[in-house]
Design a protein around this ligand. Structure first.
Ligand SMILES: [Cu+2]
Length: 159
């Protein structure tokens, strides 16, 4: 009996392995342009995955520190903080946008100039713990480009 149960378990594990070739699509990745001396900015995008997965990290040569942040109302005040990842449901689009989840780029060595393109590497971790990366070209846009209310990133220095 025990042997049969083990075989069945292995079979289902390998099925999961086949199914976990998640295809991640990133659309409309952009970074808010900065002015000289501004050390932080936000990056935004829409992410869709064919399988459930988790965004666990971001890296870009344009910033030594890139963190996933969330914004939350706390005691009537909008606050933001670093989180260790964001879960994506299969087929559902996760939107990183001003006022919501975003990528925080910090300690910027140079201003982000509108019109330039910045490469970013997104790291995802699936339910089985397997990591995969997606390369994205984010477009730098003027601060007023978003329809959503502007987000004050100057308060990010506390992180
Ligand atoms: Cu932030």
């Amino acid at each position: 009996m025990r042997r049969i149960a083990t075989t069945a378990l292995l079979a289902s594990l390998s099925l999961v392995g086949v199914a976990s070739h998640a295809e991640v699509t990133v659309q409309d990745a952009w970074i808010r342009a900065t002015v000289a001396q501004q050390k932080a900015s936000g990056a935004f995008m829409r992410i869709t995955s064919t399988e459930a997965t988790r965004l666990v990290g971001i890296a870009t040569p344009a910033a030594p520190i890139a963190e996933v942040h969330e914004m939350k109302m706390e005691d009537g005040v909008m606050k933001m903080r670093g989180i260790d990842g964001i879960a994506l449901k299969a087929g559902e689009t996760l939107e990183l946008k001003p006022g919501g989840y975003h990528v925080m780029l910090m300690d910027l060595p140079a201003a982000m100039t509108a019109g330039s393109t910045v490469p970013m590497t997104l790291t995802f971790k699936d339910a089985a713990g397997k990591e995969s990366t997606v390369q994205v070209q984010a477009q730098v846009r003027a601060a007023n480009a978003a329809a959503a209310p502007a987000m004050d990133h100057s308060k990010h220095m506390k992180h």
